[in-house]
Design a protein around this ligand. Sequence first.
Ligand SMILES: Nc1nc2c(ncn2[C@@H]2O[C@H](COP(=O)(O)O)[C@@H](O)[C@H]2O)c(=O)[nH]1
Ligand SMILES: [Mn+2]
Length: 371
Amino acid sequence: MNIHHWTGADRRFRVFASPASWIEGASVAQLRLLAGRRGFLSAAAMADLHPGHKGPVGCAIETEGVIHPDLVGTDIGCGMALFALDIEQRQLHIDKAFKALHGLHEAVDAGDRAHQAAIAPDYAPGMGTVGGGNHFVELQVLDDRADEAACDAHGLRRGALFLLVHTGSRSLGPEVLERHGVGERGLDLQSPEGIAYLADHDRAVAFAAANRKLLAETAASLVRGNARLITDQPHNFVEPRPGGRVLHRKGAAPADRGLSPLPGSRGAQSHLLLPEAGPGEALASLPHGAGRKRDRAGMSDRAKDGDRPPRANPLGNRIICADRRMAAEEAPDAYKNIARVLADVEEAGLARSIARFRPIVTFKTAEARGR
Ligand SMILES: Nc1nc2c(ncn2[C@@H]2O[C@H](COP(=O)(O)O)[C@@H](O)[C@H]2O)c(=O)[nH]1
Ligand SMILES: [Mn+2]
């Protein structure tokens, strides 16, 4: 199998990507720096690997008894949740749905917001909000079933509508990191500080999942449907593992918790992955998306310079994004080729796609912002 790039002779690092895949040198350099972290054991990078602010995105990092909150980052609990709607694409009035989804944030019920935010009431204003960057709520249609039996088992019908929700713990996550911030030294797993961080971290993970649920239920009601959860997978989190080990995931989905969404971009298809046994070196992890190919500043500058006209969306998807800069930063060509990422996943035996989804309406923000 020609899939694994070893980062030099150091077998503690593995990148699950073929030579044909786009892996920036800067992200591999960030990955190698992790070896200097207290307790570092190994790291598994996925094909969506790309450079981040403080470290690489698209990888799992295992340590011996040390939690590194800064590797999880600020958006603790950020993840992808897929919900099935009880309506078919042919029943959808696309113009009405597009119009209705503009009111997503305003439509969130105040009582539901307070109820879902009960775990962290001070942060209730953020509950039921998508947030900036590449967070989104996307109405999709299932357009291909690669595994008919697996799809039947989960009630996934061709032509049915789905909601894919990508958001996190809003302002709770940054507050948790700030309060427990310990720089690069990290926290001992068994120390009072480590235990306290984990408790707050788990609260943020639960808050983020509740946020995705509330957004999906609200979006479903706007298109006159009901949402049924298929799967919700966080990709920024840390978990204690047997033997005193600590597994950090930064932009990596777990492979040991069932079905996992693999989003492309607002201009590309997304997939639903069924994890396979995979090699131990993959640290029970999967890619969480296509991963960035171009950074935000570069995308924004290109749009400002007007050196290239904005590309027509290849799938004809409609986008709700009143923030022009965000729309430029998050354009489909900011992302790697999802088909290539999926090929790497399948060739490495990490997972296989059971279904493919096409975007119909992507909600990012209905509010114009002067940024
Ligand atoms: N289906 C869509 N996928 C998208 C969109 N914008 C980004 N993406 C994908 O999500 C991941 C999220 O990455 P993260 O590091 O911010 O968690 C990204 O890699 C893209 O593949 C979209 O509008 N629709
Ligand atoms: Mn995310």
